[in-house]
Design a protein around this ligand. Sequence first.
Ligand code: NDP
Ligand code: CA
Length: 311
Amino acid sequence: GVKVRKLNGVSRACGEYVTGPNNVRILQWNILSQALGQMNDNFSKCPDEALEWNHRRYLIIEELVEYCPDIICLQEVDHFNFLSHILETQGYTGLFFPKPDSPCIYIDGNNGPDGCAIFYRKDKFDLVNVETKILEIWKVQSNQVAILSILKMKETGQEICVTTTHLKAKNGALLSTLRNEQGKDLLQFVRAHSRGLPLIIAGDFNAEPVEPIYNTILDNALGLGSAYADCDTNFSLKSADREPTYTTWKIRGEGEVCHTIDYVFYSKNQLELEGVLELPTGEEIGENRVPSMAYPSDHFSLVCDFKIGNS
Ligand code: NDP
Ligand code: CA
């Protein structure tokens, strides 16, 4: 398949984006852990060679660099050193926090635990503070984590608070309750460290918009909106809740899964949403869905443009 994606209705080639002093472009992506993707996920229509690290790593880097994001939030990172090494050459520096008992470390040939990562442009931001958190469920630590960073824009002195997380996976009423509890702990963590700054909370929440956590986040006093739901570009891939119809689309032994579980939440009264990158269409994705030779992860990247200031 050929990747065709548009931002604000316009296709953009690499390097075309010029970031303004009050603009922030954020890329959110669950890149698919190498160990889990190759050994655990059982993607039944994906050729083995598509899952080889030597193939996937270039596609991942290409996607990260293509949209020139100012800030990158990633989940399922089990090759942080590789990403960090390459992205440093592109002007980024990164933060990593692994899961306490990552399922990756039990897999033969693993490259260490997976976790969350944040990369930011060194020429645009100074790092003011980093906080990491093992998310708690009813005051007990879980196996899911978050990273919070406070970044100061060099040109203006404006600070923003960027957080990323990857919540508990899998279906069921109990798991949706656990995710909601993790979400409440995440919001408390953000409230404790964010100093009233403009907020971005991006991640793989493993929850469709109908799950309780979605409204837990949107109804919170922090004043958050969901960027892909709020954008009013006329892109075709919206369902009734205004979210895209999918952010991940895969075929496992158990069947096809096509749904929205990744989000970029943002402070509605402090950040103006200027645009989002469209999801690829089903035709562009191809009938075997993802990952594939063209797409290295079972999740699609989300890219959002924000302007700091009241809308
Ligand atoms: P999660 O339930 O959060 O899932 C962990 C990872 O598995 C996620 O990255 C998730 O990806 C992926 N995943 C979700 N659904 C599937 C699926 N159907 N097939 C393959 N992978 C999937 O797990 P926790 O981090 O809470 O860790 C607990 C799990 O780790 C246990 O379920 C156990 O399997 C494993 N584990 C194994 C140990 C051992 O072998 N001794 C020890 C400790 C843990 P996504 O978020 O994209 O859906
Ligand atoms: Ca996964």
